[in-house]
Design a protein around this ligand. Structure first.
Ligand SMILES: [Zn+2]
Ligand SMILES: [Zn+2]
Length: 340
């Protein structure tokens, strides 16, 4: 039993505070953990989120994406009825937050999506002590272990040096992944212009506007063969699209935690799979569960059964929520891509 949450058709609901968290259908009052399309939907009455998440939602859905929007910074507290609510960094994408609900000495944390690897484009995950911890389990199997992003970037740059007359076309989700790749390339000393598919431009500019330096970028626009030897970022769906044929014998790469699975890489058309994920891997999930000190774990989506089983094996109560509306946000992103 969580002291604060019940599961409704619209998603996680806190009756004492009168709020839904990341609701999957329109509600009166919503708290949004981050801007990915499966968590942040348009059409709610009032929305509470970090200023960055509100800016991302406005960029994607237009300024009228909700009735009224209220920003709350990390660590600030809002009182809703008997409940004290605060937001804490989740380390997933710019503005991503965990939601802490407190009342009568009980604490519940809804983490949204999160990761434990360092990411130069967002505030690092902060473990928050609680009684009930609500976690994702996107990569909730021991086979999923994400290497440091710097190793994967080094593989991309080695391939570029080897195939210096081929365009390196890298599939990356529009929110978070594309910007993280840019930042990791810069951290590796890569200072050349990186070319962007049109669908990645707005959110990359939004990150820059929030003070995340991503170095020189330019739109692909009508260019094709003249980008031989360059790095181009595009939404994953474009790797196998007609759009990709404009480049000179491209090396197709894809940046995703799923690239650990060879079949997925093949399905995505990725010659060069790069294991770069914005979700916690198996070790990250297990470590986080322990660090929160929670006695009860709710698992929203992903490989729930394995994580539930592991939680029970270390003496925690655990409950799978089977929230199928959450998932590969990134497919939702791809679905929203307009024609280039
Ligand atoms: Zn997400
Ligand atoms: Zn998600």
């Amino acid at each position: 039993m969580s002291a604060h949450l019940t599961l409704t058709a619209a998603g996680l609901y806190c009756p004492q505070a009168g709020i839904h968290i990341d609701p999957v259908r329109p509600v009166a009052r919503a708290v949004i953990t981050h801007g990915h399309a499966d968590h942040a939907r348009a059409g709610h009455g009032a929305v509470l989120a970090t200023a960055e998440t509100l800016a991302i939602m406005a960029a994607r859905y237009g300024a009228g994406f909700c009735g009224t929007a209220q920003a709350l910074g990390y660590g600030e507290t809002l009182t809703l009825g008997v409940v004290r609510l605060s937001l804490h960094p989740a380390g997933h994408v710019l503005g991503s937050a965990q939601v802490l609900l407190e009342s009568a000495g009980r604490r519940t944390v809804v983490s949204g999506d999160y990761k434990r690897q360092p990411d130069p484009t967002c505030a690092p995950f902060e473990p928050v002590a609680c009684d009930t911890f609500v976690t994702e389990a996107t990569f909730g199997l021991p086979v999923f272990r994400h290497p440091p992003a710097s190793e994967e970037i080094a593989r991309l740059l080695a391939s570029q040096a080897l195939f210096s007359d081929r365009t390196h076309l890298v599939g990356a989700y529009a929110l978070g992944k594309a910007q993280r790749l840019l930042a990791e390339l810069r951290a590796a000393g890569y200072d050349r212009t990186v070319y962007l598919h049109g669908a990645l431009e707005a959110l990359t500019a939004l990150y820059e506007a929030h003070g995340i330096a991503l170095g020189p970028v330019a739109p692909v626009g009508a260019r094709g063969r003249e980008l031989a030897g360059e790095i181009v970022l595009c939404p994953p769906g474009q790797l196998t699209d007609r759009w990709a044929r404009r480049f000179a014998d491209p090396v197709t790469a894809m940046a995703s935690g799923w690239m650990r699975a060879r079949a997925r890489a093949r399905q995505r058309g990725a010659e060069l799979p790069l294991i770069v994920s914005d979700h916690a891997d198996w070790d990250g999930l297990c470590r986080t569960v322990l660090e929160t000190g929670a006695e009860e774990i709710w698992v929203t989506h992903g490989a729930e059964e394995a994580l539930v089983h592991w939680c029970e094996s270390v003496g925690r109560k655990a409950r799978p929520l089977n929230m199928i509306a959450y998932g590969e946000e990134d497919d939702a992103d791809s679905a929203r891509i307009e024609a280039p």
